[in-house]
Ligand binder design. Structure first.
Ligand code: A2P
Length: 271
């Protein structure tokens, strides 16, 4: 009888990346940064599958928009924490030095190539749907392509706006970004945060504020339409459908990578 040599099993994580930073924004929201695979090329606004090893030894992966811009040497993600969510119940406990799985195959429709040239680009987000726009407002092409970049973010409570608010502040002040994106880029960026369940300077769903004309009055826009305006939409399914109907009501058509038009839509990661 021959003896079979047993090779000690070394646990290996496929496509492992190391967590470098974690920030908890509220008891339901956190962001984190991880190392970037040298081979990963993506367009700002795209998403990848990330996750952890499940209890059954199989990877547990979900789609996450990359919140960092394409030029950043690390990758940033912005996530909800769902206490009984299969992935986020565990992911919310990651610490710097831990590893996550990242499949380096970026995809998505919220990319500049899917839009025809225009004067203004609108980024419409609710909740964690701001993530792809966190990437796009740090992307030089955004400011090369448009005269005005309008980021709307609707959340239930003020604290849920904080990630976006700090990001917009840091983008406007960042000297390296100014060098990358050209002088005056910060003046092109318009931030329009709203809350629905807690008092703040601007209350209401962005859909309501678009329908009753408040947004256009606030921003001094009198010519919203397919000639000038382009949109990217990222939120819950009902939100996406409502914004889509509003944009179509103004004559904008939905586009895709293969057929650019006036707006594009993607569902935010949930759970
Ligand atoms: P509301 O508080 O009126 O439901 P959620 O946390 O449920 O994903 O919602 C995030 C934000 O998006 C909330 O402010 C919520 O407003 C808003 N919202 C949810 N559904 C829609 C929709 N269909 N149209 C516009 N805003 C929406």
């Amino acid at each position: 009888m021959t003896e079979t040599a047993t090779v000690p099993k070394i646990p290996t994580l496929p496509d492992a990346q190391t967590v470098t930073e974690v920030t908890h924004w509220t008891d339901r929201l956190f962001s984190f940064r991880v190392t970037r695979p040298a081979s990963l090329r993506f367009r700002s606004g795209e998403f990848v599958m990330i996750g952890l090893m499940g209890d059954n030894g199989k990877p547990l992966l979900r789609a996450y928009s990359i919140a960092s811009p394409a030029w950043d040497e690390e990758l940033e993600f912005y996530s909800i924490k769902v206490q009984d969510g299969p992935l986020t119940s565990k992911l919310q406990h990651i610490q710097p030095g831990d590893q996550i799985i990242l499949r380096p195959k970026p995809v998505g429709t919220l990319v500049h190539d899917a839009l025809l040239p225009g004067k203004r680009v609108w980024f419409f987000a609710t909740g964690t749907g701001i993530a792809p726009f966190a990437s796009l407002i740090r992307e030089p092409q955004t400011y090369e392509d448009y005269d005005q970049v309008i980021l709307t973010h609707t959340c239930r409570e003020v604290a849920e706006l904080e990630y976006g608010r700090q990001l917009v502040d840091s983008v406007r002040k960042d000297e390296m970004l100014a060098e990358l994106m050209g002088d005056g880029f910060a003046d092109k960026l318009v931030y329009y945060p709203t809350t629905t369940r807690e008092e703040s300077p601007k209350m209401g769903r962005i859909t309501t504020l678009l329908e009753d004309g408040t947004v256009f009055r606030d921003l001094g826009i009198t010519d919203f339409g397919p000639e000038n305006d382009r949109g990217m939409v990222c939120g819950s399914l009902p939100f996406n459908l409502d914004i889509k109907a509003i944009l179509e009501g103004h004559g904008l058509r939905e586009g895709a990578n293969s057929e650019p038009a006036e707006f594009v839509v993607e569902k935010a990661f949930v759970g």
